[in-house]
Design a protein around this ligand. Structure first.
Ligand SMILES: Nc1ncnc2c1ncn2[C@@H]1O[C@H](COP(=O)(O)OP(=O)(O)OP(=O)(O)O)[C@@H](O)[C@H]1O
Ligand SMILES: [Mg+2]
Length: 351
């Protein structure tokens, strides 16, 4: 029997109001959200307002930006916080299994249904149902979910009895759901049912000011913190992290901090302790940093010099130079004509 990858049912919370900023007495709770950036501040204010309502919430954002965390936080700040918070990962289950997980089933509803099973939607009664990765739902389940949301009632698989449940729905996805609607992969009517309010979790590269706080937090609260009490990050290493683009967002930063807790030998994380892909980007951007503005150097002149440097670098090989410069070979020829140096490079570095 297939089992759910991520069925989380939080017991009624007694955590009380969450502290949303890292403070010296900050507690490690499941929804500790660390930030100091204005964009996150705005998002958390929205979360506070959303929490007071029963509106359906659709959280959008790249992978690893904290959508789960925001969903939990909305639940914990709402009047439903003493009731269950039930998570269903829509991508983790086959269609038939998902339906019976969500709505439950009666004894004998299908082969293997030896006993009645209460669905997670019913378990969430009075609380919050969080449908993670909602963009992965099949059309058949989309239709059933829509009916459930419209009527507030459901049937167990194989059941005849209408069951009334009161849940607050939160959904999340890192897909472009609007595009899925346009392409016919996601029902438009369901889309409008689930998206009364759409908070967006910003990518980490748009809130770099949060990085130092997150690093401090992950180094002191990470899963391997017992290995290195008080591990610190040097300013040079932090500077690299501040410039990196973080395609995997906060999760990538958290994984890095976890790894550094195990691998760093000293008490301070130095530049050399960071993985190469981070420092390489740094080295490249350092080489290209122009620190002083030269009033005698026009953009045209700068471009000309840079293009000629590219050609020198590849010993006159125009194909490789054009590739590295990110221009077509035709553009490169045109530029060389323009600079009056075409003949000089015509015979050099035949490719
Ligand atoms: N602001 C934050 N403060 C502390 N931890 C954070 C913050 N944002 C994210 N995290 C942590 O980063 C990890 C990824 O966050 P989360 O699982 O909420 O992302 P997600 O947007 O749901 O990602 P996915 O789309 O891949 O499911 C989690 O371990 C979470 O606790
Ligand atoms: Mg998630």
């Amino acid at each position: 029997m297939e089992s759910m990858k991520d069925p989380t049912i939080l017991p009624p919370s007694n955590l009380g109001p969450q502290t949303n900023r890292l403070s010296s007495e900050a507690q490690s709770t499941s929804t500790q959200i660390i930030y100091c950036s204005p964009v996150m501040d705005q998002l958390m204010k929205l979360v506070d307002r959303i929490a007071q309502s029963n509106a359906a919430v659709l959280i959008l954002g790249e992978s690893g930006t904290g959508k789960d965390l925001i969903a939990r936080s909305i639940h914990e700040r709402s009047h439903r916080h003493n009731k269950p918070f039930v998570v269903i990962n829509c991508s983790a289950l086959r269609e038939t299994l998902l339906e019976s997980e969500l709505f439950g089933h009666e004894k004998g509803a299908f082969t293997g249904a030896y006993a009645r099973k209460i669905g997670l939607a019913e378990v969430a009664d009075g609380g919050t149902l969080f449908l993670d990765e909602i963009g992965e739902l099949s059309p058949a389940i989309q239709a059933k979910l829509l009916r459930f949301l419209q009527e507030g009632e459901m049937f167990r698989v194989g059941g005849k009895e209408k069951i009334k449940v009161d849940v607050r729905l939160i959904s999340a996805t890192n897909r472009d759901l609007e595009d899925d609607v346009k392409k016919g992969n996601f029902r438009e009517d369901l889309f409008y049912r689930i998206n009364t309010i759409i908070p967006r979790t910003p990518p980490l590269r748009q809130r770099r000011e949060d990085i130092p706080m997150l690093v401090d937090y992950f180094l002191s609260h990470g899963s391997h913190r017992y290995l290195k009490r008080g591990l610190k990050m040097s300013q040079e290493a932090l500077d690299v992290l501040l410039k990196y683009d973080w395609p995997g967002n906060v999760r990538e930063l958290q994984n890095l901090c976890d790894r550094l807790q195990i691998l760093t030998e000293g008490h301070t994380i130095m530049l050399g302790d960071l993985p190469e892909h981070l420092t390489e980007t740094e080295a490249i951007s350092n080489r290209l940093t122009i620190t002083d503005f030269d009033p005698n150097m026009s953009l045209y002149e700068l471009e000309k010099r840079y293009i000629l440097m590219g050609l020198q670098h590849f010993q006159g090989n125009k194909t490789r130079a054009a590739n590295a410069l990110g221009i077509t070979i035709k553009t490169l020829y045109n530029k060389l004509h323009e600079y009056g140096v075409f003949d000089k490079f015509a015979t050099q570095g035949r490719e």
